[in-house]
Design a protein around this ligand. Structure first.
Ligand SMILES: Cc1cc2nc3c(=O)[nH]c(=O)nc-3n(C[C@H](O)[C@H](O)[C@H](O)COP(=O)(O)OP(=O)(O)OC[C@H]3O[C@@H](n4cnc5c(N)ncnc54)[C@H](O)[C@@H]3O)c2cc1C
Ligand code: SF4
Length: 299
C-alpha cells in the first residue's frame, strides 16, 4: 500500500531539468508552494570531476566496454564517459521500446537533479522569423502562431539569468542576444572569419554558449578548462541543478523529492482535474502518493 504526504502543494513539477527547474523557480518566486519530483538522485559539487585528469580514473577513461555493461545505449552519447556515466540512466534497468520499423537510439537520458543540463552542449540560439514563419518562406510545414517579436522579451529574460556568451553580428537569420563578452577566436579562426566575409560576404561567428564570461548571481566566469559535461565547481555553465532548482529552493517554497519515479497522474473524478501523483521511491521501492492542485510534466 502506498504512503501519502499530508501536505497539498500548489503545484507538482515532474522533472528537475531545463524546463522543470524554470517552472519551479518562477512559481516559487511568485509565492506558490511547489514539490519537484525527480526520478534521479541529488546533484552536488562533490560529484563534479572536470578538473580530474584521465589517469585518475580506474580505466583511464579508455574502457567504453565497462560502461556498456550497464549503459549500452548511453555510451554512444559523446558526453557519457568514465567520470560521469552514473549520471546517465541504466539502460538495462530502464529500457524503452520503439516500433520495430522505427528504431531509435535514445542517448543522453540522465537520472539526477538538473537532468540533461548536467551534460548538455550549452549551444543557445534565438530563433528568427525565418524559423517561426518558415512555411511562408519556403512553403513547407506551418508557420508558428507567434513570431520573433512576441518571444524576444522572454529570450531576454532567460538569457539575462542563464548567461550566454557570443558576438552580436546583426544578422537577421540569427538574432543577437544579450551576450556576455565573447570567448574570443584563435588566430586561424579570425583569419577564416575575415576571409569568408571578404570573399563571400558571409558571417562566421562563435558558437553562442551558456557559459558565463563575467560574474553572474554568485557564479564565476568560465576559465575554459573544457569538460563541462563532467560538472563545474565554478558554476560557469548553465546547469539547472545549481541555478534554477537551487534558486527555487532558496525561496523556501520548494520541496525537492529525489529518487521519485512518477508513474501516474491522479485526477479528480468529478472535475477531471489533476489532484496528485503516484511515484515509486527508488530507494525503498515503495509506491507513494503526493497531492497537488496542478501538475506540470517536465520529464
Ligand atoms: C549530450 C547532450 C548535449 C546537448 N546539447 C544541447 C545544446 O547544445 N543546446 C541545446 O539547446 N540543447 C542541448 N541538449 C538538449 C537539452 O539538454 C534538452 O533539450 C533539455 O535539457 C530538455 O529539458 P527537459 O526539462 O525537457 O528535460 P531534462 O533536462 O532531461 O529533465 C528531465 C528530468 O526529468 C526526470 N524524469 C524523467 N522521467 C521522470 C519520471 N517519470 N518521474 C520523475 N522524474 C522524471 C529526469 O531524470 C530528468 O532529470 C543536449 C542534450 C544532451 C544529452
Ligand atoms: S563552464 Fe568553463 S570552467 Fe566550467 S567546466 Fe566548462 S569550461 Fe570549465
Amino acid at each position: 500500500m502506498q504512503s501519502k504526504t499530508q501536505e497539498t502543494f500548489d503545484v507538482l513539477v515532474v522533472g528537475s531539468g531545463a524546463s522543470g527547474g524554470w517552472v519551479a523557480k518562477r512559481l516559487t518566486e511568485a509565492g506558490l508552494s511547489v514539490a519537484i519530483l525527480e526520478a534521479g538522485r541529488p546533484q552536488s559539487d562533490q560529484n563534479f570531476t572536470e578538473h580530474r585528469p584521465e589517469f585518475s580514473a580506474p580505466y583511464r577513461n579508455r574502457a567504453p566496454e565497462v560502461i556498456r555493461k550497464t549503459r549500452p545505449t548511453q555510451k554512444d552519447c559523446y558526453a557519457c564517459n568514465e567520470f560521469n556515466y552514473d549520471w546517465f540512466c541504466n539502460d538495462i534497468e530502464e529500457p524503452y521500446t520503439t516500433p520495430k520499423d522505427k528504431p531509435f537510439s535514445w542517448q543522453g537520458r540522465t537520472r539526477l537533479v538538473g537532468g540533461r543540463t548536467n551534460v548538455w552542449g550549452r549551444q543557445s540560439y534565438r530563433f528568427s522569423d525565418l524559423d517561426f514563419k518558415a512555411a511562408s518562406y519556403d512553403g513547407y510545414g506551418m508557420d508558428w502562431p507567434l513570431g520573433y517579436a512576441d518571444l524576444a522579451p522572454y529570450y531576454d529574460l532567460v538569457e539575462d539569468y542563464v548567461g550566454i556568451t557570443g558576438i552580436a553580428e546583426g544578422v537577421d537569420a540569427l538574432p543577437d542576444g544579450r551576450f556576455h563578452p565573447p570567448m574570443g577566436m584563435t588566430c586561424a579562426e579570425t583569419l577564416f572569419r575575415n576571409r569568408v566575409k571578404d570573399k563571400l560576404g558571409w558571417t562566421t561567428t562563435l558558437g553562442r554558449a551558456a557559459n558565463i564570461t563575467k560574474p553572474l548571481n554568485g557564479r564565476s566566469p568560465c576559465h575554459y578548462c573544457g569538460p563541462c559535461h563532467q560538472g563545474c565547481v565554478m558554476h560557469s555553465y548553465f546547469n539547472a541543478a545549481f541555478t534554477t532548482v537551487a534558486d527555487a529552493m532558496k525561496t523556501g517554497k520548494a520541496t525537492l523529492i529525489t529518487n521519485a519515479m512518477v508513474y501516474k497522474v491522479l485526477t479528480d473524478a468529478g472535475t477531471n482535474r489533476a489532484r496528485g501523483l503516484l511515484y515509486i521511491d527508488r530507494l525503498t521501492r515503495e509506491p507513494r502518493e503526493i497531492r497537488g492542485r496542478v501538475v506540470v510534466l517536465c520529464a
